[in-house]
Design a protein around this ligand. Structure first.
Ligand code: HEC
Ligand code: HEC
Ligand code: HEC
Ligand code: HEC
Ligand code: HEC
Ligand code: HEC
Length: 343
């Protein structure tokens, strides 16, 4: 219902704006339209997108079912948070690198990622940015074409203090210490992008995906949609209780149903390793059950690194799908490092 009202509202607004454009081009006054356009051109220009095809309708339908559109956290509209949690904060950050307080914040929407209503041509569906990212936590590059857009937000925030391999103890003074919620760019990028690569029985290797899937997130998350539930501009791979949109996978994997079985096995294995690591962390009093710390807390580099790895993998939310061999090695070696006698 909500979207039907929206479409009716937009159509009315659209025809009202179009009307005023045509009038303004006849009378040479009134609201300003796109530069250098008369009435006929305006109609044609607008019809590039506002026409009888379902393109916009489909994208809006998918998008309204995406967590992005819900705006659950747009009250995080202040400096340091607004660049990932509000539309205006993101646009300011992309344009000037500034972090800002945003008044009247809006949820991430079409304008956040596309400069729509700028040139009034299909170019307005280009992306606001696809520049490579210097990851905040490691300074290393994330460079996967259109998905660089996503990783402006889907990356770990700076971790302070950051434990260094073979380095001294670290003292945690922030009860929320860690990488924040969405370090998918770091996990997909893999080696050297933020994980604490403690030595152990497993060598660190990235999934072949890290070299073959050149559009990163967009390839798997924005592939051919399943209704409004997943893919396209809904942007999820998993939906419902245990369904997955594997439409992107068939481009490279010939047996997609066999792949689904492998994915289930991997998910269970990674979940099991995460549980083991969490038990060690809690038993040794390195972190509370709610993921917080009683500060100040001094940990060895390996202890802090193991907690960091746990949080990175937990908040990645993909149970290894983003980089199975790498995540498995991080978990296995972190468990070994915390086992009594090894640390
Ligand atoms: C590049 C494609 C494109 C072109 C060209 C275009 N629009 Fe839009 N327009 C959109 C999209 C996409 C939306 C949906 C925005 C949303 O839901 O946030 C939209 C929404 C609108 C709305 C609803 C209110 C709003 O701003 O969201 C109006 C009114 C509108 N357009 C008027 C026009 C007029 C008038 C023209 C021609 C001068 C035009 N548009 C040309 C893509 C386009
Ligand atoms: C680099 C981008 C980025 C910055 C900066 C950022 N966040 Fe987030 N935050 C995210 C993303 C992305 C998610 C969604 C994670 C998910 O759903 O997996 C999120 C999720 C959250 C959540 C919801 C967690 C949940 O369980 O639903 C809260 C609360 C939150 N952020 C608060 C903040 C606050 C407060 C700040 C500023 C101090 C902040 N964020 C800064 C990217 C960011
Ligand atoms: C979070 C960022 C983001 C938001 C928000 C977003 N898009 Fe997109 N959009 C993309 C990306 C990335 C692509 C390129 C997809 C690809 O390369 O397959 C794209 C592609 C498109 C395309 C052209 C390619 C295609 O799939 O047909 C259209 C049209 C489009 N978006 C419309 C919209 C509309 C309408 C909205 C608002 C309802 C919207 N987008 C919101 C990121 C976004
Ligand atoms: C402006 C920051 C920003 C950008 C850009 C962005 N995201 Fe998000 N994303 C978020 C936030 C924030 C959330 C969580 C929703 C909330 O808390 O408001 C989220 C949620 C998600 C989720 C859903 C998680 C769930 O729990 O359902 C997926 C999947 C996702 N994003 C993928 C992408 C992809 C793919 C792109 C690039 C095409 C992208 N995002 C671009 C900030 C962003
Ligand atoms: C190889 C394909 C692939 C790539 C590339 C990929 N993802 Fe995923 N992603 C998945 C799969 C599969 C899942 C679901 C895992 C599960 O639930 O078992 C997932 C889960 C997620 C989730 C959790 C959604 C939820 O419902 O909690 C988010 C958020 C997410 N991915 C964002 C991203 C971002 C951002 C990128 C780019 C840095 C990315 N993904 C790259 C396949 C991919
Ligand atoms: C651009 C090609 C490409 C795409 C798209 C792709 N894969 Fe892969 N994937 C590969 C290659 C190549 C390998 C390494 C050889 C192998 O194990 O089959 C691989 C390996 C894997 C593995 C083994 C573990 C790992 O990560 O190394 C799994 C599981 C997997 N892919 C699942 C998926 C799923 C699920 C999707 C879709 C969401 C997907 N792949 C999309 C090319 C791709």
């Amino acid at each position: 219902m909500r979207s039907k009202y929206r479409i009716a509202f937009f159509s009315t607004l659209f025809f009202a704006m179009l009307g005023s454009l045509i009038i303004s081009s006849c009378t040479k006054e009134g609201p300003e339209g796109p530069p250098g356009m008369d009435g006929a051109d305006a109609t044609e220009t607008c019809q590039t997108c506002h026409n009888f095809t379902e393109t916009i309708v489909a994208k809006i339908g998918q998008y309204e079912n995406s967590a992005h559109a819900f705006g659950a956290n747009i009250n995080r509209n202040y400096e340091g948070c607004s660049q990932c949690h509000t539309s205006q904060g993101f646009r300011t950050y992309i344009e000037s690198g500034e972090m800002s307080n945003v008044h009247e914040p809006t949820a991430i929407n079409c304008r956040t990622c596309h400069p729509i209503h700028t040139t009034y041509t299909v170019d307005d569906y280009s992306l606001r940015t696809s520049d490579a990212i210097a990851l905040m936590v490691s300074g290393q590059d994330y460079d996967y074409s259109s998905s660089n857009l996503c990783v402006n937000c889907h990356q770990a925030r700076p971790v302070n203090p950051m434990p260094s391999l073979g380095g001294g103890d670290v003292t945690i003074t922030n009860a929320r210490w860690g990488p924040h919620y969405a370090p998918q760019g770091n996990i997909f990028g893999g080696i050297g992008k933020g994980g604490y690569e403690v030595p152990g029985s497993m060598a660190y290797n990235n999934s072949t995906h890290s070299t073959m899937i050149t559009d990163g997130c967009v390839t798997c998350h924005m592939s051919t949609p399943v209704g409004y539930q997943a893919g396209g501009h809904q942007m999820n791979v998993s939906y419902g209780t245990s369904s997955y949109n594997y439409s992107a996978c068939g481009d490279c994997h010939s047996d997609v149903s066999g792949l689904a079985t492998t994915m289930t096995e991997h998910r269970e294995e990674i979940q099991g390793l995460m549980d083991n690591l969490q038990t060690l962390i809690l038993d040794q009093g390195l972190m509370n059950a709610n993921g917080m710390f009683s500060v100040p807390l001094t940990l060895t580099a390996n202890q802090a690194g193991a907690v960091l790895n746990y949080k990175l993998i937990y908040y990645d939310h993909s149970y290894g799908a983003h980089n199975y061999p790498y995540v498995k090695a991080l978990l296995t070696n972190s468990i070994e490092a915390l086992n009594p006698g090894n640390s």
